[in-house]
Design a protein around this ligand. Structure first.
Ligand code: 2AM
Ligand code: CA
Length: 268
């Protein structure tokens, strides 16, 4: 059983509490698929409600901390050094389509450093979590990035731009990246939740993951979970500026550089 601090307990409890209603909402989405309007408005309401529950729970436990949230944006706290970075549903498109692959994400940022992260897949009851210096866990089990060293036997996840996201240049660039990696690897996966892609790298399921155009709440928790699982994380230029640039390359220690180099040369 993993050692847990008070703060990680607060984060897990907030995520679990928010997930109860979210799971019920997800059950209803299927019913809405047939209506012409579709479930989008309903899902937006679920998103906002989930975020509100998370904010209430986290505020009750740490009244002075600030927030950076997908829906409500930035909320300054009394304590300027500590803030929660929150994504109520990462993988919203999956949620809308009744695909059971989405997550609630909470990260704690202290003095600009991510010190704790929680990614909860409520449908599959998989809670990925990490605290700085304490290792990474899936529920109560320690997880580690994969030990695979052969690129051609490795699986890589990515996210690709879609209608409404990214410029034509981004779409073309993404195709070049995918072209390079698909020819050299055992396959590419596109599951639609950057947070769970990172969690799967941490658990050794994916050997690596890359994506551009992401927001801090998509990746903040996952960056720490991957690192605490022994993986390497950088942005697309190899720097530690993922939250600023929105680009990310995460992989096990052997495959990170080959993946980064491959993507970099495919783009340029
Ligand atoms: P979301 O579900 O919270 O929107 C999938 O490629 C990843 O991209 C998901 O983590 C998804 O998070 C995120 N994403 C989807 N649309 C986005 C947008 N317009 N801007 C930034 N990130 C987006
Ligand atoms: Ca997200």
């Amino acid at each position: 059983m993993a050692l847990q601090s008070a703060i990680i307990n607060v984060m897990k409890q907030a995520a679990r509490k928010a997930s109860i209603r979210l799971k019920r909402d997800y059950g209803e989405v299927d019913q809405l698929q047939v209506s012409q309007k579709g479930p989008s408005d309903f899902v937006t309401a679920a998103d906002v409600r989930t975020e509100r529950i998370l904010k209430e729970e986290l505020t009750r436990a740490r009244p002075n901390f600030g927030f950076l949230m997908e829906e409500a944006g930035e909320v300054k706290g009394v304590d300027p050094n500590c803030r929660w970075i929150v994504d109520p549903i990462d993988g919203t498109t999956n949620f809308i389509h009744g695909i059971a692959h989405f997550a609630i994400c909470i990260a704690l940022e202290e003095l600009g450093q991510i010190t704790a992260g929680v990614i909860l897949d409520p449908i599959n009851e998989q809670l990925f979590w990490a605290e700085k210096g304490q290792g990474a866990f899936l529920n109560d089990r320690r997880i580690r990035a994969s030990a695979r060293t052969n690129f051609s036997q490795s699986i890589f996840a990515t996210g690709i731009p879609f209608n409404g996201r990214g410029t034509p240049f981004d779409h073309e660039t993404s195709l070049k990246e995918i072209g390079a990696v698909m020819s050299a690897s055992a396959g590419i996966r596109r599951f639609g939740s950057a947070a769970l892609d990172l969690a799967y790298v941490a658990a050794g399921r994916f050997d690596g993951f890359w994506e551009s155009g992401l927001k801090p709440w998509d990746i903040a928790a996952g960056i720490l979970v991957v690192r605490e699982a022994g993986g390497i994380v950088s942005d697309l230029t190899g720097q530690d500026k993922m939250l600023d640039t929105g680009s990310i390359v995460a992989a096990n220690p052997v495959l990170h550089k080959p993946l980064l180099d491959m993507i970099f040369s495919a783009r340029n």
